[in-house]
Design a protein around this ligand. Structure first.
Ligand SMILES: Cc1cc2nc3c(=O)[nH]c(=O)nc-3n(C[C@H](O)[C@H](O)[C@H](O)COP(=O)(O)OP(=O)(O)OC[C@H]3O[C@@H](n4cnc5c(N)ncnc54)[C@H](O)[C@@H]3O)c2cc1C
Length: 706
């Protein structure tokens, strides 16, 4: 029997003959998703429980067979294309809601559950799950977690990563583990969400639920120009109102939608906004204010949906914008850039120019409140010349987003489609770090191989030769025997207080060569308590500048040593604030200790710049509200207690001064019981530590996440 046949027999033994596809005609159906790429799997497997997934993955691990998790296959980035002759593991039959807990406001669900099924099941409880991708009729919770999916309502309520409390995962070696956001150690839930199935297969998820609002008002507003529509978006948010949704469509989209869905959209308008506010009675005041702001920007028509039916019709139009375009030509390339919100008009202008120069039919839809834009390019892939031109134009549009301080994916993911574009966005050092994180989970590169991170370019300089390094025993910070003891023996540390980022990195380069042990200090409050005495005390207190406050975009970029109180005072003068309350700490210290759990700190951070042990700098995130490019590695720093690197600067969301903290999705109090790291994740924690700091230069403050 050939090796392939014997593997098939093994798979059939686990899931049953009927749950394995292997004939070519059937395999072809799994050779594509909603993007353009194609590759046939060697088999498609339909497990019915986590034990079966674990057993299948163990066979793959033993026989070095690549595998790809697949939900509904609606992703728009080639994320489920089975490269390297992978098998597809499709947990679509694992589609149950295991429990709904109205008191704790959470639901436990299987990964194959379609997003809309959950919404419908929650309605009788007066609850809902906020992430609402336009594909929600088909897409699954597992796929949403894989891509960190967003949707119109994510403006006010956040994307998938804001709403996942816990995950059950089958790791690439087949072991089953459980993760939750209150666990000690690194935030692995944060890392898994948006990792596009490259670090493991989700077999169960605990999701955060919200109470259905008492009142909802939906407005359709038309404008004579897209600029006027976007200015209205900026004005609404600056006024302190954060609507549930703020969607924009250009004229081409509106006309296509109207011809297809007859939603009553005004076809003569250059741009249309679909605005929804929700809450209690007071939202009627918001509607009034919004109407005034629309008028100020010379809106043509302001229409308020009079009942649920009218509201549904308006939404049907928005959700149907992709199919409305798709019926006009054989193929549609959907791009997914994000820019700082106030850069949307410029992004629009430059994207239009690219379309005109290439003579392409392009429509634009925007999650305008989030600065997320989707150019939709019509073409016919049978015309190879045209396809080449379309792909190049799509890439040029993404470059525009990067140029404006944005990102190459707000919500659709990277997959194989945008892998090369990752090189434009991230430095080689950051890409290398992503590769090491992937290796920490999946050393044989079997789990959705060749996605998300571009393969190492032959020209890339080797970041760091790790092979011959002796592993220091202090690296074992997460071993239960070590984690609460003081590993430092020396008594008089050298204090280093760099004045800026450059000096910080050059100090670190020397320390790296001297192999000194470093303890990172913010304003020193926590260290006093622990009275540690390392070789080097690396103090960030002079890295205390406000680098940029983008008032219109509601972001602030600060060096990590700035005191929270000083930043709050500065912002208060501009009628803004951050949702931090530990005033005495530095911003970097607050992050490293993961203080301020309510509302969750992890939801307020847009970007982090970090100096690694050898002084090289890596950077995650950007000044944008939505960003799914690459691993969300910044989350690993929350609660890392100085063990991974020196946080140099941070990009934070700011809020209007009058913004009520309760409006945040995670504002409700959580049980703050912390759980221990599962045994089988200790090794992965060590490998993650090693991927940031292979020589074990940085000590970690004892007592993880106290
Ligand atoms: C018409 C249309 C509208 C869309 N609108 C939106 C939108 O508004 N917002 C948005 O964010 N996206 C949107 N999308 C994109 C897409 O629907 C989302 O990316 C969605 O989250 C994919 O879910 P899926 O079940 O189809 O996953 P798939 O496409 O099957 O998989 C997506 C990724 O997740 C991984 N994955 C799947 N299941 C698991 C699992 N159990 N464990 C680990 N990894 C897994 C896969 O390997 C893959 O990398 C739209 C797509 C279409 C076609």
């Amino acid at each position: 029997m050939s090796k392939q046949n014997s593997n098939l027999k093994d798979f059939q033994r686990i899931v049953g003959e009927n749950n394995v596809l292997y004939k070519e005609i059937a395999l072809r159906l799994y050779s594509y998703d909603a993007a353009l790429d194609r590759a046939c799997p060697t088999a498609v497997l339909f497990p019915e429980n986590k034990e079966q997934i674990s057993a299948l993955v163990k066979i793959c691990y033993k026989n070095k067979i690549p595998f790809v998790a697949r939900g509904a296959g609606t992703n728009l980035c080639g994320g489920t294309i089975p490269l390297q002759q992978a098998v597809v593991i499709a947990p679509t039959r694992m589609n149950k809601i295991i429990s709904i807990d109205p008191e704790k406001k959470c639901a436990v669900v299987e990964p194959g559950l379609p997003n809309l099924f959950l919404k419908k099941a929650l309605e009788p409880y007066g609850l809902y799950y906020a992430p609402d991708p336009a594909s929600q009729k088909a897409c699954t919770i597992g796929g949403n977690i894989g891509t960190n999916a967003g949707g119109p309502h994510c403006l006010k309520y956040g994307v998938t990563s804001h709403h996942v409390r816990g995950l059950e995962i089958v790791l690439p070696n087949g072991e089953i583990t459980e993760l939750n956001i209150l666990q000690k150690g690194y935030d692995l839930v944060g890392l898994m969400v948006g990792s596009e199935g490259t670090l493991g297969i989700v077999t169960q998820a605990t999701l955060n639920l919200l109470t259905l609002p008492a009142k909802v008002e939906t407005m359709l507003v038309s404008f004579p120009s897209l600029e006027a529509a976007i200015q209205t978006v900026t004005d609404i948010i600056s006024s302190g109102i954060i609507p549930a949704t703020l969607e924009a469509m250009d004229k081409i989209t509106v006309q296509a939608v109207e011809a297809f869905i007859h939603a009553g959209y005004p076809t003569d308008a250059e741009a249309v906004l679909l605005i929804e506010v929700d809450g209690e009675e007071e939202i009627l005041e918001d509607v009034k204010k919004i109407r005034e702001l629309c008028k100020k920007n010379l809106c043509q028509e302001f229409r308020l949906a009079q009942n649920k039916l009218e509201r549904e019709k308006l939404w049907e139009g928005r959700r149907g914008s992709y199919p409305a375009m798709a019926r006009l030509s054989p193929n549609v390339l959907v791009e997914d850039g994000a820019v700082p919100r106030n850069k949307l008009p410029e992004a629009h202008h430059r994207i239009r120019k690219i379309a005109e120069e290439n003579n392409l039919n392009v429509s634009l839809i925007f999650h305008a409140g989030d600065g997320n834009l989707h150019p939709q390019i019509l073409f016919d892939e049978r015309n190879l010349e045209e396809t080449k031109k379309v792909k190049k134009a799509g890439s040029d549009m993404l470059k525009v987003c990067i140029d404006l301080g944005g990102t190459i994916s707000g919500e659709h993911g990277i997959g194989m489609d945008k892998k090369e574009a990752m090189r434009w966005l991230f430095t080689q050092e950051t890409l290398e770090l992503f590769r090491r994180i992937k290796q920490a989970f999946d050393p044989d590169n079997l789990c959705n191989p060749d996605k998300l991170i571009p393969t190492k370019d032959a020209k890339e300089v080797l970041f760091r030769e790790q092979k011959n390094q002796k592993k220091s025993s202090e690296n074992d910070l997460f071993m239960p025997s070590k984690k609460e003891t003081n590993p430092i023996t020396q008594t008089s540390p050298t204090s280093i207080v760099p004045k800026d980022e450059e000096e910080a990195c050059s100090f670190l380069k020397n320390i790296w060569l001297d192999q000194k042990k470093v303890l990172i200090q913010g304003l020193g409050n926590s260290l006093k308590k622990h009275s540690l005495t390392p070789d080097v005390l690396f103090c960030t207190k002079n890295l205390n500048k406000i680098l940029e406050h983008d008032v219109e975009n509601f972001t602030v970029t600060v060096e990590a040593g700035i005191k929270v109180e000083d930043l709050q005072k500065f912002l208060c003068e501009k009628r803004q604030k951050i949702l931090f309350s530990s005033l005495e700490k530095s911003i970097g210290g607050t992050l490293a200790l993961n203080l301020d759990q309510t509302p969750l700190l992890r939801d307020q951070i847009l970007g982090i710049k970090l100096a690694l042990a050898d002084g090289h700098v890596v950077q995650f995130g950007a000044k944008v509200m939505k960003n799914v490019a690459g691993y969300d590695a910044g989350k690993l720093l929350l609660g890392s207690r100085g063990s991974l690197g020196v946080i140099l600067s941070v990009i934070l969301k700011t809020f209007p001064l009058n913004y009520p903290i309760q409006a945040q999705p995670n504002a409700q109090k959580r049980e703050s019981v912390e759980n221990n790291i599962p045994e089988n994740m200790l090794e992965i924690h060590k490998k993650i530590k090693n991927s940031f700091d292979p020589k074990g230069i940085f000590y970690e403050l004892p007592l993880l996440r106290s």
